[in-house]
Design a binder for this molecule. Structure first.
Ligand code: PMP
Ligand code: GLU
Length: 395
């Protein structure tokens, strides 16, 4: 029988981060000593006080369907968090809780995009943006950035990318994969361009907000009064609270968008997991200081990995200000042979590292930047040291 799958799914590219992580798992199961630096996943345990809240929720028999857009108590905790950390004022009609920030992003794309609408993505961008946009009928418009501008888009670049079909601008700050953070001033300059184009909505993905190494203060696009009604602020607990598998993300958005996301989610997944939602109430209401030990640890690892990368010829790096990735430019290897293997592009290079150094990274192609690879330093110092020593050896 011929392929009976939809064109939609046939066109979809698998998530490169998840695919590389699966490949590393497979190789490990086959007895290979692979170090996984491909997945953006904290290697810490979820903090005890959050686990306790989940245990209590089980004891208290939270086992029923939840409201589609989240428990009222969780929405209130999110409202408190947005006010406390970002100076944003939302009411309950503007909050939707979902099964991970990935679903939050998917919901937003589905409810905002019509066939052919253009979405501006700042390269390098988080791997799933492009395919979520395409799956929703949108057309990704990639704005390239480079090491020289710390992987940030200039207002002129934005202006040049806008067409009458532009419907949205999507970015993450701190950025996955570059670690760059847009300052208040830089966001204001972007907002000034958008003022001339009132049809454009903004998705501000702030999931790495707390993983900030103190150079540039976190800023939210929606905090500008003139952008508030056009911005969807996406966040989640996966990264800052070491809760990747609990699957809770959320948005603060104009009510009409939140209502639409609620309607869509009600036909797709219903409310997110009840126990996880109860635990997240505690995660968000407790002081962010309680997770700072993890951020401090990531900061040490960042210093370690940058130092080790500097010792390897051919790797050029920016100094990431947040998140837990480095995105070195490795284009100097293109066209060369390493141990008899021809390296034509970043995918070849990432595959070479997997096969010859037993280190899993992710090709920059997946993030819309063909010159880099992403290395996650959400791993122990020992793993980072060993991985970088193997990479040095292999190249
Ligand atoms: N946005 C960015 C920038 C990410 O790195 C990730 C990866 N987890 C997500 C969204 C999705 O987060 P979640 O695990 O909550 O679905
Ligand atoms: N966001 C993480 C990453 O970029 C997790 C993997 C994924 O959801 O794609 O590695």
């Amino acid at each position: 029988m011929s392929n009976q799958l939809s064109d939609r799914i046939n066109r979809l590219v698998p998530s490169a981060t998840l695919e590389m992580a699966a490949k590393a798992r497979e190789l490990r199961a086959a007895g290979k000593d692979v170090i996984g630096l491909s997945l953006g996943e904290p290697d810490f345990n979820t903090p005890e006080y959050i686990k306790e809240a989940a245990k209590q929720a089980i004891e208290d028999n939270y086992n029923s369907y939840t409201p589609v857009d989240g428990y009222i108590e969780l929405k209130d905790a999110i409202i408190t968090k947005y006010k406390r950390d970002n100076g944003l004022t939302y009411d309950r009609s503007q909050i939707v809780v979902s099964t991970g920030a990935k679903q939050s992003l998917y919901n937003v794309a589905q409810v905002c995009l019509n066939q052919g609408d253009e979405v501006i993505l700042l390269c390098p961008y988080w791997v799933s943006y492009s395919d979520i946009v395409k799956l929703s009928g949108g057309v990704p418009v990639e704005v390239p950035t480079s090491l020289e501008t710390d992987f940030k888009m200039t207002p002129d670049q934005l202006e040049a990318a806008i067409t009458p079909k532009t419907k949205m601008l999507w970015y993450s700050s701190p950025c996955n994969p570059s670690g760059s953070i847009y300052s208040t001033k830089e966001l204001r300059a972007i907002a000034d361009v958008l003022q001339k184009h009132p049809q454009i909505l903004v998705v501000s993905d702030e999931i790495y907000e707390h993983i900030n190494y103190g150079v540039t203060e976190h800023a939210s696009m929606a905090a500008f009064e003139d952008m508030y009604d056009r911005t969807i602020t996406v966040n989640g607990v996966a990264k800052a609270f070491a809760m990747t598998g609990w699957r809770i993300g959320y948005i603060g958005a104009p009510s009409y968008i939140a209502r639409a996301c609620n309607k869509l989610q009600g036909q797709v997944t219903s409310g997110a997991n009840c126990i996880a939602q109860r635990a997240v109430i505690t995660a968000l209401l407790e002081s962010p200081n309680r997770i700072h030990h993890m951020v401090d640890e990531f900061k040490n690892r960042r210093k370690l990995i940058l130092g080790l990368l500097n010792e390897i010829d051919g790797f050029e790096c920016n100094e990431p200000e947040g998140a837990f990735y480095v995105f070195p430019d490795i284009s100097s290897f293109f066209g060369k042979e390493l141990n008899g293997v021809k390296i034509n592009n970043a995918s070849d290079f990432a595959m070479y590292l997997l096969e010859n150094a037993n280190v899993a990274t992710v090709t920059g192609d997946a993030f819309g930047n063909p010159n880099g690879i992403r290395i996650s330093y959400a791993a122990s110092e020992e793993q980072i040291k060993e991985a970088l020593s193997r990479i040095k050896q292999a190249v």
